[in-house]
Design a protein around this ligand. Structure first.
Ligand SMILES: *[C@@H]1O[C@H](CO)[C@@H](O)[C@H](O)[C@H]1NC(C)=O
Ligand SMILES: *[C@@H]1O[C@H](CO)[C@@H](O)[C@H](O)[C@H]1NC(C)=O
Length: 101
């Protein structure tokens, strides 16, 4: 299973977030592990990470959920390609759908 492109749009405030992306389903073989307390601009997954994500952990810490993750289908943060999903709360995906693929 693959995800074409991935971006994070985390709105900065007090909350922290932690993102882990795995090559294989059921959270095996982490290929991206990031956390922070501030937002980050949209980012393409390219090279060996492009089209290689099968599962994901997203943890939006804090009582007030101010960080949001958005998964885009196309590169460059273009909504025209469709948004595969977004969440302000914790979001664990054990196996990306074939649509996200
Ligand atoms: C993602 O983009 C591809 C290529 O343009 C398209 O075929 C597919 O339907 C899109 N998927 C979603 C979920 O929008
Ligand atoms: C993940 O989904 C694919 C089909 O999209 C399926 O073949 C595979 O068995 C699933 N894996 C698990 C662990 O559910």
């Amino acid at each position: 299973m693959k995800l074409s492109v991935f971006f994070i749009t985390a709105i900065p405030l007090a909350s922290a977030w932690h993102l882990q992306l795995y090559r294989d389903e059921l959270y095996k073989n982490v290929i991206e592990d990031r956390d922070g307390s501030l937002g980050q601009p949209c980012k393409d997954l390219t090279g060996s990470k492009g089209n290689k994500i099968s599962s994901m952990h997203w943890k939006a810490n804090g009582a007030i959920r101010t960080c949001e993750i958005v998964l885009y289908n196309w590169s460059g943060c273009r909504e025209a390609g469709g948004i595969l999903g977004r969440s302000r709360g914790d979001w664990n995906l054990p196996n990306f759908s074939s649509q996200a693929n």
